[in-house]
Design a protein around this ligand. Structure first.
Ligand SMILES: [Zn+2]
Length: 192
């Protein structure tokens, strides 16, 4: 029990009390439910990986987007997290591919340019594989700083660099944008 509580406490947003509450919940749940939870955790680590092209979380490498013959492989939408892809996919108005940074610049939290996964994006740009990079980071302080870092990184290459419009409310996370807002943000993107 103490071991489980200790492990749960390592999760973000879980304090001592929550960890204890979750551990008791698991103790009281059926053996099947407990097995399902531990299997899900184990399989997550065993089967899922990051796409070697775009860093999306995937069980096949390259991921479904990067290996799709019907998507425009030369138009790349750069997002903060893999979850942002779902927001853009829901618009049904985007048919390019993605690049996932796994974070945003945040000097206050010790996240510098070296912590973002930008390497494979600049490699693609250098090889001339990208026509347009759409910077779809959130219109927050961190997201804007990240977008300008990306614009600087891509500037040496013949890539059209665009930024999504502020149809997404300023200061909010794109995770919470609805389909209409996100579609407008994509359509209204402007050159950087
Ligand atoms: Zn991919």
């Amino acid at each position: 029990m103490a071991r489980l509580i200790e492990e749960l406490r390592k999760l973000p947003g879980i304090g001592a009390k929550s960890a204890q509450r979750l551990a008791f919940h698991i103790l009281r749940s059926s053996a099947a439910d407990a097995d399902a939870l531990s299997d899900a955790v184990r399989e997550l680590k065993a089967k899922l990986r990051l796409c070697s092209v775009c860093n999306n979380i995937t069980d096949v490498d390259p991921c479904v987007y990067c290996s799709s013959p019907t998507r425009n492989q030369r138009q790349v939408c750069v997002v903060e997290e893999p979850t942002s892809i779902a927001v853009i996919e829901r618009t049904r108005s985007y048919n390019g591919v993605y690049h996932v940074l796994h974070g945003t610049l945040s000097p206050l939290h010790g996240v510098g340019p070296e912590h973002l996964r930008t390497g494979s994006l600049t490699v693609r740009a250098e090889r001339g594989e990208i026509d347009e990079a759409i910077l779809a980071t959130s219109p927050t302080l961190e997201g804007e700083a990240t977008a300008s870092l990306l614009a600087d990184l891509l500037k040496p290459y013949p890539v059209r660099i665009t930024r999504i419009a502020t149809g997404v409310p300023a200061g909010s996370d794109i995770e919470y944008a609805d389909e209409v807002t996100m579609t407008r943000a994509l359509e209204g993107r402007r050159e950087v």
